[in-house]
Design a protein around this ligand. Structure first.
Ligand SMILES: Nc1ncnc2c1ncn2[C@@H]1O[C@H](COP(=O)(O)OP(=O)(O)OP(=O)(O)O)[C@@H](O)[C@H]1O
Ligand SMILES: [Mg+2]
Length: 413
């Protein structure tokens, strides 16, 4: 390249750096940098190397192979002293090195020809973070001092953009983590409020409700059976009080005053017991239960009654969401190392699943889409609370190929 060509390329460098700044990610930036240095700046075979945490090593990025094709080299890690020119620039802290008539090598260090080799330091404004190397293996064009200068400038522009993109990615990921932590905190705060209010309110309200229920029962016995209007009023009173009583029971469960007893249990027998507890609903709605139980599953240390309650809540949710004749699949398996063995229970249903816009609300206390049919919105809140007390996990996801919800429970031994 001569002086005139250099001036032209300098102007081009400005628009190239503007375009590179719009890259979607660090990887995208590195790939585009290689693309543009070939197609617009006219360089030949290239490779990019970043200094690893251990400064004796370099990590690959993107490059151009012997046939002129762009390839990803992010899994490559080489010693700095693999390439003498790179070693030189690294040790002497130079901006670039240009050598003519030297052996040109592939990534494994094998000589693939002879020619000019140019290496420039990638400078991010504060320090050298890597190197871009190019040679004239393919086009055989001789490098001039203008090529060298352009290459130096390009490497430094790229270095600045690279560290900006890296910072941007780190910031975005930190922001995402922060948001997640914040939503967990909000959730925990909500739980704390409900928990502390629950037991107090529940105890205060429970006894008056019992009095009302007895009163309604007494009146219904006293009324002549011909007084349909009054019987109807009493029935509605009774239903409403029952509903209030359900809520109170839920709240008491939620605040769990009783001490838990963690005893090794066979999870399959807990599942079977829970299924028996809801057998009325299973029969009433003609639900089919499919068991896929793993053999030789290790016992899990749990409070039997509480975990039964988790299964009952989940199975009732599945039944509530389905039409008559729905299906429930219960699958168990375990994995993990011998010492950190986990037991998984997956419960899937053929119901409608949960729409994504309410997915993050269903664990909230009192969130329900079934208010009109008697839902209190405490089932999943209680289930998660119990799972957390076991340091176990509960996760919901919609089934991928079919309609329906999949609930995954993960117990530690
Ligand atoms: N298997 C499921 N299929 C579809 N929707 C579900 C399922 N499980 C939960 N949901 C949704 O999550 C909401 C909250 O569930 P949760 O068990 O906490 O309360 P609920 O079932 O409405 O009332 P209850 O307190 O009586 O259990 C439900 O109202 C429903 O919208
Ligand atoms: Mg429920």
């Amino acid at each position: 390249m001569n002086k005139k060509g250099f001036d032209k390329k300098l102007r081009l460098l400005h628009s190239i750096s503007n375009e590179l700044a719009l890259s979607r990610s660090v990887n995208d930036l590195c790939r585009k940098m290689i693309e543009y240095s070939r197609s617009r700046l006219g360089f030949d075979r290239l490779s990019t190397w970043f200094i690893d945490k251990d400064p004796n090593f370099l990590i690959g990025s993107f490059g151009v192979d012997e046939k002129g094709r762009i390839r990803e080299e992010t899994k490559e890690r080489i010693r700095v002293d693999c390439d003498r020119t790179v070693k030189n620039i690294h040790d002497k802290k130079m901006r670039s090195i240009l050598k003519h008539g030297v052996p040109l090598r592939d990534n494994s260090g094998n000589a693939v020809g002879r020619g000019s080799h140019l290496v420039a330091a990638i400078w991010d404004g504060k320090k050298v973070i890597g190197y871009i190397s190019t040679d004239n293996l393919i086009k055989k064009k001789l490098f001039t001092r203008y090529d060298r200068e352009l290459f130096e400038l390009f490497a430094s522009t790229f270095g600045h953009l690279y560290s900006l993109k890296k910072t941007e990615e780190a910031l975005t990921s930190a922001f995402d983590k922060l948001r997640e932590a914040q939503s967990h905190l909000i959730q925990a705060a909500k739980m704390e409020v409900v928990g502390s209010l629950a037991s107090g309110v529940a105890h205060e309200v429970k006894n008056p409700l019992a009095v009302i229920i007895q009163g309604v029962y007494y009146l219904s016995k006293k009324l002549p059976s011909s007084d349909h209007v009054c019987h109807d009023v009493l029935k509605r009173m009774n239903d409403s009080v029952k509903r209030a009583d359900d809520i109170i029971k839920g709240l008491l469960d939620f605040s769990v005053v009783t001490k838990l007893e963690f005893i090794p249990q066979d999870i399959h027998s807990i599942i079977e017991k829970s299924l028996r507890l809801v057998s009325y609903e299973i029969d009433k709605y003609n639900i089919s239960i499919h068991r896929q139980f793993a053999k030789g599953l290790p016992d899990v240390k749990i409070d039997k009654n509480k975990v039964e309650q988790v299964f009952v809540n989940i199975i009732l949710n599945a039944i509530n969401g389905m039409h008559e004749g729905g299906q429930i699949w219960i699958r168990t398996y375990s994995n993990g190392s011998k010492r950190a063995r986990k037991v998984y229970v997956e419960i899937e249903d053929s119901g409608p699943g949960i729409s994504e816009d309410i997915m993050d609300k269903v664990f909230d206390p009192f969130f329900t889409t079934r208010r009109s049919t008697g839902g209190t919105g405490l089932g999943l809140t209680i289930a998660r609370n119990i799972m957390e007390m076991h340091k176990a996990k509960i996760a919901l996801s919609n089934r991928r190929s079919e309609h329906g919800l999949k609930v995954t429970l993960i117990f530690r031994r």
